[in-house]
Design a protein around this ligand. Sequence first.
Ligand code: SF4
Length: 368
Amino acid sequence: MATNLLGLDAQGMERFFAGLGEKPFRARQVLKWIHRRGAAGFGEMTDIARELRAKLAASAAIEPPAVAGDSSSADGTRKWLLKVDGANAVEAVFIPEEGRGTLCVSSQAGCTLDCAFCSTGKQGFNRNLSAAEIVGQLWLANRALGVHGRAGAVGAGNRAISNVVFMGMGEPTMNLDAVIPAARLMIDENGYGLSRRRVTVSTSGVVPGMDRLAAECPVALAVSLHAPDDALRDRLVPVNRKYPIRELLKACNRYLERAPRDFITFEYVMLEGVNDSDAQAMALLGVAARVRCKFNLIPFNPFPDSGFKRSPAERVRRFAEVLQRGGITVTTRKTRGDGIDAACGQLAGEVADRTRRSRTIPIEELRA
Ligand code: SF4
């Protein structure tokens, strides 16, 4: 079977070329052609000898997921539905903002973790994505946004995508065998050349995964906190039962040892009457005092049968104020892409569920 070169990081590519009896610099050349210039076939690689191109055509391929849907909303947000096999499709979303463009990528078809407020979690889980399927989202988005093919292409200061966040479908730290090579390609100067701090992995708090990421590819880290205490977090983010807040905060501090000038971004989805009181904001100050961090408040995006409501804007403002008065940097995420279900927590794709998950936790159970 042909090797899909889209998913090979620098080391993997060098190994592949060594297997063909080729020098490492050839691997770097091909890496640049694929990721910086967006080459879709070996015929385009004009500075590679004809014989090597023929060898590559016989043993390798450049195969992104197939685009099954492409929609834009009035605010410029664009969402792609990408078929990864006959039964599963995942979503990637581009969010343009003043001075930056962020691509949100998926790492799994579905998710095993079943957070109570999450649309993806409700879809169940089918499988991990490969590194090629993850990087393929960035490769396709660059092509669709017209970055590849322009003079200089990726890395010449004309990139539309300046940031990548692993916040689409799936829990990235449950698929690190693919996420790590994908993240390495994103920060490799022969790949996408993004700075380490502009690639963010978001986790719901899988402690061993956080430790491995810290050791192997310490990009920026966001942690989905969503509650100030274990009693509520156990119910909103069930993985907390295995890795409670105390363990999570220790893992955050170990992570920061590997990324010394960084901070942890705590994501906090605002659910009316569940986790949005002044007392809960005060309790968060105690959490924040134990880790170098900032908070990102996310107004909840309702989806059918979620059982939750978005906190009113005034409540979010007041909650942010309590945190800020306690000396914490707080941002509040603007709701983007509403018209195309591309806002946070709304990525659903199409998952051939193998977990038979259909349970929805009643709201009464979740209220403190
Ligand atoms: S919030 Fe993230 S970890 Fe939780 S179920 Fe959704 S995709 Fe999975």
